[in-house]
Write a protein that binds this ligand. Structure first.
Ligand SMILES: Nc1ncnc2c1ncn2[C@@H]1O[C@H](COP(=O)(O)OP(=O)(O)OP(=O)(O)O)[C@@H](O)[C@H]1O
Ligand SMILES: [Mg+2]
Length: 478
């Protein structure tokens, strides 16, 4: 029988030999490195928790303070296989009991936990450090997403001045339930917007390569109650961004505006609602706008006292050098009157996408009926009088999704068919009313109004990536 020392030495040598000839290499990622906690360990834990919920059989569950999500963890000696760029990585969670401590400056946990990563030796260049970077990035994103999101505002009513404790924004938890799924609009347009947002969030390399600031502007326009605010909430929920609701009427100078911008974080949506009402944007007439200069020209300062914020100040806010202090930012402006906006605000590159939120179309109506009455595709006979009637009446009734929602809420306790029939009656009545009114108007001012609307709609088409509504009639929606 060999003495224990020799047995230990032999085992070590055998183990080394095994490692030499093995096709795998191993990385141990321990929870602590003796003194401080290992950030990589926690990132791996979070990263694996994404796929752990499906693959493993025994899991540990946890939920952090202020967190809105559960975290799954691997139990001891559980394994999980992950793939990265076509190669396989095997993870094992190893938990061992710590031997009784003789002496320690600070109490150590009873258990020693670590992850072991096994990869093929030939895959090493592929994994290190790219895979580890990928894990860290994914974990950061997961951490951000599980945190409660915030809605910030700069308006504080009568309570004190704008800057209390040096921070110009006040926040509340953001809990708006609107999502792209509940948003009533044509599915193709919805898909386009979602794809655009997705491209934006994944576009870091693109924005770096092209030398553009990593930001994007959306202009939402359309009559009241067509879902502009709901769309912003859906965007925020989709991306997991914080929302800064900027009340322009509360901002008195351009420098204050800049200060507000500097105090916003990355990965956020900065919203200015009803932009035509909050600032007199057309007070500069047909003059050439000094939009690229950081301060208003002398002429402008004469016209507008230094106490007011100007269009150039606002454009500088979204466009100038200051808009880049931070990255991954989305600006959203909303308006009911796109024709009132200065063309400088609409020119290409400024608001990247112009989105018309128009009256309720038939595909949008289907979404609302599903949300409020639980009517799925196929529940109603497509060829029935009810469905064809709704399809014909909805465009002619020129009704906003908000009005349709009201009607559906009133009838939601009735059975689906009765509620839909009631909706059809209301739509028909509106259609009839419009036809009578339209007959009276069409001879005079009606035409003019239409002309003006056309002109207003021309500018976004020229300047940006305008998105038309369901059909030509949407032009009349404004
Ligand atoms: N497209 C839509 N999809 C789903 N719900 C909608 C839609 N449009 C309006 N609604 C409903 O109507 C209500 C009002 O809509 P919202 O506040 O988004 O309109 P808005 O376009 O922002 O109006 P305003 O121009 O007056 O600010 C919402 O709470 C929502 O329930
Ligand atoms: Mg709104």
């Amino acid at each position: 029988v060999l003495p224990p020392e020799i047995r230990f030495a032999a085992a070590t040598v055998l183990h080394r030999l095994f490692l030499c000839f093995s096709t795998y290499c191993y990385y141990d990622i321990t929870e602590t490195d003796g003194v401080s906690t290992n950030e990589l360990y926690h990132s791996v834990q979070l990263y694996l928790s994404r796929s752990a919920s499906v693959a493993a059989t025994r899991l540990s569950l946890s939920r952090g303070l202020n967190s809105s999500a559960f975290t799954f963890g691997l139990s001891s000696h559980d394994r999980l296989v992950d793939t990265f760029r076509g190669a396989t990585a095997t993870w094992e969670h190893v938990v061992t009991q710590r031997q009784a401590q003789t002496f320690s400056w600070r109490p150590l946990p009873e258990e020693k936990r670590s992850f072991t990563l096994r990869i093929k030796k030939k895959d090493k260049p592929l994994f290190v450090p790219a895979y580890l970077d990928h894990i860290m990035d994914t974990a950061t994103e997961l951490r951000r997403r599980s945190q409660e999101r915030l809605l910030y505002t700069n308006s504080r009513g009568s309570s004190g001045g704008i800057e209390s404790r040096g921070f110009p924004w006040e926040s509340v938890p953001f809990k708006h339930p609107s999502t792209f799924e509940t948003l009533a609009m044509d599915p193709e347009r919805k898909e386009l917007i979602m794809a655009d947002l997705r491209d934006f969030t994944e576009g870091k390399a693109f924005y770096e390569k092209t030398g553009r600031a990593w930001k994007r502007g959306y202009l939402l326009y359309g009559p009241p109650g067509t879902g502009k605010s709901s769309m912003i909430a859906a965007m925020a929920n989709f991306l997991g961004y914080d929302v800064y609701d900027l009340e322009l009427t509360e901002v008195s100078t351009n420098s204050e505006l800049r200060k507000l911008l500097m105090k916003t974080t990355s990965k956020s949506i900065i919203v200015i609602e009803d932009i035509d009402c909050s600032i007199n944007l057309t007070n500069r007439g047909p003059k050439k706008l000094p939009i690229d200069s950081p301060s208003p020209s002398p002429e402008d300062s004469n016209a507008a006292s230094p106490k007011t914020i100007t269009l150039s100040g606002l454009l500088n806010f979204t466009d100038g050098l200051w808009s880049c202090c931070g990255s991954e930012r989305i600006f959203v402006f909303t308006t009911n009157h796109v024709e009132k906006l200065d063309s400088a605000l609409l020119r290409s590159g400024r608001m990247d996408m112009h989105i018309l939120m128009g009256y309720c179309s038939f595909p949008a109506l289907k979404i609302l009926m599903k949300n409020y009455l639980g009517i799925e595709d196929g529940d109603l006979d497509e060829k029935s009088d009810l469905v064809t009637g709704l399809e014909a009446a909805i465009d002619e009734a020129e009704i906003t999704p908000a009005d349709v929602s009201e009607i559906l809420i009133k009838n939601r306790r009735r059975d689906k068919l009765a509620a839909s029939a009631e909706l059809l009656e209301t739509l028909k009545a509106r259609w009839e009313k419009r036809r009578k009114e339209g007959g009276k108007k069409s001879s005079g001012d009606g035409m003019e109004v239409e002309e003006e609307e056309k002109r207003a709609l021309d500018s976004p088409k020229e300047s940006g990536q305008a998105m038309e509504g369901r059909n030509g009639k949407d032009e009349g929606a404004l």
